[in-house]
Design a binder for this molecule. Structure first.
Ligand code: 13P
Ligand code: SF4
Length: 310
């Protein structure tokens, strides 16, 4: 049985030996964020995946994120510590039903959140992330009907921000939809001086308490760079690791449920562990594989997004 330090040293050695880069999302355990070569939100991770020189990308996040890296950089072997690291949003959109939905609205523009499978991306016109969803929808001519999938809460937020009517797919993030309004009221009453930071995957009854709404990067940067010193964090608590590193003197208040359940931790993200990372680097498995026909179709709307986000 290796100690944590021995595991970390082993990972760093294997990473060199295999010529691998570790990309990680802010919802990973702090130890995983610390051994990563790059940590970011979904948009930054996609942008970084296009610039990899190493032979192997070990992606510490969830499946759709690793899949996006493979779509963008197919010559690299992309491995993920646990193939079961899925996402309730990606699971909510199945290709057959999605195709039927699109067919109901001919001549519309299909904007799909990056939290979706490669097959669904391949059926879309534009991809967006939480950091550019408003900008992406605003890039579409006003006379076009827009379908937005799969996150109905992000879609509702984009509707409000753009003043445009969007047809919404009925998907949710099982983590962000679990925040308790009662708990948020309790915490804001206890800490009237705290700034409330929320991810747009939260439902409207939670977002209405937020001072700032944005992607994980925006939430972290706001907490670190603002002159305020206390923050209530309405997203996965993994982001607090980076906040504490960059601004350790500030107070970050995590929001578990009323019964104390840590339902705000993403069960998929948290499947990744140091042991599984060692296994992935040793075996170069499990590997992300996408049929080339689907990859090529999915690449087009992702590239459009990257172009608009420049
Ligand atoms: P970000 O793109 O804001 O990092 O969010 C990804 C995600 O899965 C949020 O639940
Ligand atoms: Fe998916 Fe929600 Fe987990 Fe993000 S937090 S990966 S949207 S289940």
């Amino acid at each position: 049985m290796l100690t944590k330090e021995e595991k970390i040293n082993k990972i760093l050695r294997l990473k060199k030996e295999k010529n691998a880069i570790i990309l990680a999302h802010y919802y990973q355990d702090g130890d995983i964020q610390d051994i990563a070569d790059f940590v970011g939100d979904s948009l930054a991770l996609s942008q970084r995946a296009t610039q990899v020189d190493e032979d192997i990308i070990l992606f510490c996040g969830v499946h759709f994120m690793a899949e996006t890296s493979k779509i963008l950089n197919p010559s690299k072997k992309v491995v993920i510590p646990d193939l079961n690291a899925g996402c309730s949003l990606a699971d909510s959109a199945k290709p057959e039903e999605f195709q039927k939905w699109i067919e109901q609205y001919p001549d519309s523009v299909v904007v799909t959140y990056i939290n979706s499978t490669a097959e669904i991306k391949a059926m879309s016109d534009l991809i967006c992330t939480s950091s550019n969803a408003v900008k992406i929808v605003e890039s579409i001519p006003k006379d076009k009907k827009v379908l937005f999938a799969p996150d109905k809460f992000l879609g509702a937020y984009v509707r409000l921000s753009t003043g445009r009517y969007l047809e919404l797919w009925n998907g949710t993030c099982q983590v962000h939809e679990m925040f308790s309004e009662e708990k948020v009221i309790q915490l804001t009453n206890e800490h009237p001086d705290a700034i409330v930071l929320a991810h747009p995957e939260c439902p409207p009854n939670i977002l209405k308490y937020a001072h700032i709404i944005g992607s994980t990067t925006k939430i972290i940067d706001t907490a670190v760079n603002s002159k305020d010193t206390k923050f209530i964090i309405l997203t996965e608590p993994g982001v607090i690791h980076e906040m504490k590193k960059r601004a350790p003197q500030k107070t970050y208040i995590d929001v578990p449920n009323l019964d104390g359940c840590s339902c705000n931790e993403c069960p998929y993200m948290r499947l990744n562990t140091l042991d599984k990372i060692i296994n992935s680097l040793e075996t170069l498995q499990p590997e992300i594989e996408i049929p080339e026909e689907i990859r090529l179709k999915a690449l087009i709307p992702i590239q459009r997004m990257l172009e608009i986000s420049k």
